[in-house]
Design a protein around this ligand. Structure first.
Ligand code: MN
Length: 227
C-alpha cells in the first residue's frame, strides 16, 4: 500500500539486449555536436560551450514504429548514440566519467523541425519541437561489459535503403566523457539518466511509410517504421 492518491505512472524504460530493462530517470540531449551538422543548421562549428535540452523519459519508444505526430508537416530524423548511466553525481571529472556508463543504444531524436524553427525564431524553449510523444525511438541497450566503450566508428541512417545521414563518432565536438562531466557541473546526474549525444549531418524529413535503419558501429541496428 502507498499514499499515492492516483495510480502510479509506469516507469519509463529501455529494453536490454539479451533480456531485462533499464529504468530511465532523465533524458538529456546535446545540440549541434557534430561540426558538419552545426554548419548545415546555419551555425559556427567552433567549440563553444555545449548546450542541452531534455526529452521526457516516456518519449523513449522501442516499439519499432514512429507515429507521424500531429501539428507538424516537417518532421526530421536525427540519428544519435544514446548513453545510459548506472550512477552519477556532481562535478564528475572527465577522466572518471566513463565509470558511470552502463551501456549504449542506437536512437533517434525525432524533431518537429517546423515547430522548433518557430520556437528558435521567437526565442522560446524547444520542447514543442523535441519532447513530443514517442519522439525518441531507441533500440535495445547493450552493456559496456558486452560492447566496451564507443568513441569511434560509423554512424549511418538509411531511409528505404538509401543513406541519408553518415558520420563517425570520432567527429563529436564534445566527447561522451566531456558531456557527462559538463552536465554534472549543472545537474546532479544519477543512475537511470540517459544522454543523446547529437547527430551528424544529413538531417531531413520523413514521411509515413518510411523505413528508418539506424546503424552505429559496435551496436545492433535499429529499424523503425514511420506510421
Ligand atoms: Mn539531436
Amino acid at each position: 500500500m502507498s499514499d499515492f492518491v492516483i495510480p502510479t505512472p509506469p516507469v519509463a524504460s529501455i529494453p536490454v539486449a539479451g533480456g531485462g530493462a533499464f529504468p530511465v530517470r532523465r533524458v538529456y540531449c546535446i545540440g549541434r555536436n557534430y561540426a558538419a551538422h552545426a554548419v548545415e543548421m546555419g551555425h559556427d562549428p567552433d567549440r563553444e560551450s555545449p548546450f542541452f535540452f531534455q526529452k521526457n523519459p516516456d518519449n523513449l519508444d522501442s516499439s519499432g514504429s514512429f507515429p507521424y505526430p500531429d501539428q507538424s508537416d516537417d518532421v526530421h530524423h536525427e540519428i544519435e548514440l544514446l548513453v545510459a548511466l548506472k550512477s552519477g553525481g556532481t562535478n564528475i571529472k572527465v577522466e572518471d566519467a566513463l565509470d558511470h556508463v552502463w551501456g549504449y543504444a542506437p536512437a533517434l531524436d525525432m524533431t518537429r523541425r517546423d515547430l522548433q524553427g518557430v520556437a528558435k525564431k521567437m526565442g522560446r524553449p524547444w520542447e514543442i519541437g523535441k519532447a513530443f510523444e514517442r519522439s525518441a525511438p531507441v533500440g535495445p541497450l547493450q552493456s559496456v561489459a558486452d560492447v566496451g566503450h564507443l568513441d569511434t566508428g560509423r554512424v549511418a541512417l538509411k531511409i528505404n535503403g538509401e543513406v541519408r545521414q553518415e558520420g563517425d563518432m570520432n567527429q563529436m565536438i564534445w566527447k561522451v566523457p566531456e558531456m557527462i562531466s559538463y552536465l554534472s557541473d549543472f545537474f546532479e546526474l544519477a543512475a537511470g539518466d540517459v544522454i543523446m549525444s547529437g547527430t551528424p549531418s544529413g538531417v531531413g524529413p520523413v514521411a509515413r511509410g518510411d523505413e528508418m535503419l539506424v546503424s552505429i558501429a559496435g551496436l545492433n541496428d535499429l529499424s523503425v517504421k514511420v506510421v
